[in-house]
Design a protein around this ligand. Structure first.
Ligand code: XMP
Length: 517
């Protein structure tokens, strides 16, 4: 049985990060809402209680019956998790004199405690809390302090409980990964056997037994998730998987043919449908972004369904849904809300069941699995690309001519990013493309005056957008070298007919967004 660390989510923004850190230790973990502890799950080897936006004294704060887990598993409380345990078992929690926030150093560390094995003196940690533990419960022991936080970490031998008021999961806690490793491996006995190879073996075996001889249909987008899901399913059921790749006329230059060829090289049974004309005619004259999105979304479903219905006896819909899309998130009232599944518009008469082989993976794990499956690096490292494609990068109405102009400009920018080499933080040679999260060109709905030779021109302006990000929730504009920007600008203006001006977008998200529409 696959061992598992269970993370109880009390609503902190960093709960997912705890999950990712545990997975980086090659240990499987699951994040569940604080009130959904799976009592009968025999695979749990330890429990982590996350932080929370609440104080333990808030009326609406999230509470659990600690006795359900106390003494049964090793427990690690983080921030609110530590305060909640302390408060519940008879300690004191009070508002901190001043909000305890930012980098601090552990001036006292009990290095004989398993949690701090291998720690350096004065190890830096990250604090972020309004309340603080002023007294720990009877029988508990303080195992680390900072100058201003006396009970920075505690331990109860009898209960097998550890609590830390700092956040080991964030980057600024410099030995946070070591602390989590000490908990997961030394204290809970994690075997560190969750790897891409083991995931592939177990998932392929599961898919074989789940699907038997059933047929599966899957929509490919060209992105990493759907591609890896397809290759995994192909490994399990071969020709019983049919993939559908739709050209909505809003893909990047040559993308339809290039990606289709990649898929065929991977041995996938794939149908490419070029529906560009349908999309262009339905989009003609439409300017409003949400309306464009709806038309493109519905158009995809129509084309996909028409193709899927041609396959006889198909029983399953394969999807590249990944773990962060599925984690039940808590809203502030404590009710759990599920992130929506993108299955809207499926024909009811087909009655397809959902098959989501990547449902337990974080994005970086999907990439690891893709590599292990032997997929080409350019597919794995592909930037995210919005479903409506260039449709939300042509501001205003869409015409085939505008798509052509944007595809040409975008192609120069993206190829340039791939060709321009630089060094990463470790001195390794990488391309600019690999250093940014996402990039593209936006076609602006304005014309500007220029001069070419002796001629006055009056042509389109485009904006370049390139951002760095960890998850697209926040993003910064990429600080691309001036020389690179100058070259791209020259190339676009010289080579793309109809463009005479290039701007670079230097807005961060928030308050801007990554896409312009
Ligand atoms: P924003 O513009 O909201 O984008 O900062 C965040 C991420 O989402 C992508 N994006 C979309 N993806 N359908 C998609 O599948 C959409 O309608 C859509 N709009 C934005 C965007 O490219 C970025 O990665």
């Amino acid at each position: 049985m696959q061992q598992k660390i269970l993370i109880l989510d009390f609503g902190s923004q960093t709960t997912q990060l705890i999950g990712r850190r545990v997975r980086e230790l090659d240990t499987f973990c699951e994040i569940v809402p604080y009130n959904k502890f799976p009592k009968d799950d025999k695979s749990i080897i330890g429990v982590i209680l996350s932080g929370s936006p609440f104080s333990v004294y808030d009326k609406e704060s999230f509470k659990i019956d600690l006795d359900e887990i106390r003494g049964k598993y090793p427990i690690l409380g983080i921030c609110y998790g530590a305060q909640f345990i302390s408060y519940t078992l008879g300690g004191n929690v009070e508002p901190a004199g001043s909000r305890e926030y930012g980098r601090q150093n552990l001036g006292f560390i009990d290095k004989s405690n398993k949690l701090f094995k291998g720690f350096d003196d004065n190890s830096q940690v990250w604090m972020s809390h309004g309340d603080t533990i002023t007294k720990i419960p009877q029988g508990f022991k303080v195992i680390a302090s900072t100058e201003s936080v006396e009970n920075a970490a505690y331990y109860s031998e009898k209960d097998n409980i550890w609590g830390v008021q700092f956040h080991p999961e964030v980057f600024h806690s410099l030995q946070g990964t070591l602390l989590l490793k000490n908990f997961v491996v030394d204290i809970c006995g994690g075997k560190q056997d969750w790897s891409a190879a083991s995931f592939i073996d177990t998932t392929v075996a599961e898919l074989k037994s789940q699907l038997g001889n059933d047929k599966v249909v899957l929509g490919l987008s060209g992105g990493v998730d759907s591609s890896v899901a397809a290759v995994l399913l192909n490994k399990a059921i071969g020709k019983n998987l049919t993939c559908i790749f739709v050209n909505n006329g809003l893909l990047r230059k040559n993308e339809f043919t290039d990606v289709l060829r990649d898929y065929e090289c991977l041995g996938l049974n794939v149908i490419g449908v070029d529906a560009s004309e349908k999309f262009y005619s339905e989009l003609a004259g439409v300017e409003e972004p949400e309306k464009k999105r709806k038309i493109i979304g519905k158009g995809f479903v129509d084309v996909f369904n028409a193709e899927a219905k041609k396959i006889k006896d198909v029983k399953w819909l394969g999807q590249g849904t990944i773990y962060p899309d599925r984690i039940e998130s808590l809203n502030i009232t404590g009710k759990t809300i599920k992130s929506h599944h993108n299955v809207g518009g499926l024909p009811k008469d087909m009655q397809l069941q959902l098959c989501e082989p990547l449902r337990w993976l974080f994005k970086d794990e999907v990439r690891r699995v893709g590599r292990q499956l032997g997929m080409p690096e350019h597919l794995i490292k592909r930037h995210p690309f919005p479903g409506p494609g260039l449709g939300v990068r042509i501001l205003g109405d869409i015409t085939p001519e505008k798509v052509r102009v944007l595809q040409d400009a975008d192609d120069i920018f993206i190829r340039g990013l791939k060709e321009w080499k630089t060094k990463d933080a470790n001195g390794n040679e990488v391309s600019l493309y690999d250093q940014v999260w996402q990039a593209g060109v936006i076609l602006l709905p304005v014309k500007s005056v220029g001069v070419m030779g002796d001629e006055r021109t009056y042509e389109r302006a485009v904006a370049l957008r390139a951002v760095t990000s960890a998850d697209a929730m926040t993003a910064d504009w990429a600080h691309l070298p001036y020389e690179f920007l100058a070259k791209v600008s020259n190339d676009i203006i010289n080579k793309v007919k109809g463009v005479n001006r290039v701007a670079y977008d230097i807005s961060s998200k928030p308050p801007a967004t990554i896409e312009w529409e």
